[in-house]
Every structure is written in structure tokens, then in C-alpha cells.
Design a protein. Sequence first.
Length: 134
Amino acid sequence: NSDYPNFYLLWYIDLIATLLSLFGSLWMLVSGLKIRSPRSLSLKLILSIAFSDFMYSVANLLSNFENETGKGLCSAEAVLRQCSFFLSIYFSTCTAIASYYAAFPRNRINKSRSFYLLALVFGIISCILMVGIL
């Protein structure tokens, strides 16, 4: 509501923070992709989190201009925001699982199979939740 006394100040702060996040995640993606093929799991996970943050920044940028454009942009922003939200949770969980395996190497039981199985189960649960919300 533009009747709020600090509306424009907050709008500009949000816009600046969104642009910084957008350029920061884009810089991470470009820097990571300069490596011909990121082979390590940790780099792939960091690039994936940067991609989900980039999507979230785009959605946040779209929300700053939704009053001028109408409902079509609002729907695109909602889909981008939900997808980036679940991708961020998914890849953060994958990072936590990979960190656990790195911290406790004796507890590894067929590392690649159990890691991908846990990631797949969490991904399926995330997709079911996303379809239920949308």
C-alpha cells in the first residue's frame, strides 16, 4: 500500500537487495560454469543452490512490479517462487547429507547409492508437496 509513510523507502531497499542477490547468484553461476565440467559433487550442489537463488531473485524482482502488469506476471512470480523455494530446500538437504558423509566416513554404507536414494526420496516428497500447494 503506497499510503504507508515509508513505502517507497522500503520498496527501494527491497529492489536494491534483490538486484544484489540476482547479480551475486548470477556471478556464482558464471564463475562455476567457467570450469568446463564441474565434476565434484560439492561444486554441483553449490551451483544448484545458486541457480535456485537466481530463480528466487527473479521472482522477487517480478513482485516489485506486479501492480503495473496485472495478474499474468503474478502467476509467473508465484510459480518461480514456489519452484525456487523447493529447489533450495532440496539442494540444501543434499548438501547436508553430503556433509554428513564427509564428516563421518566410517558410517558410509555404499555412499553413492544411499546418498542418491535419500536425495530421490526427498525430491519426490518435495514434488508431491509442490503439486499439492499449486
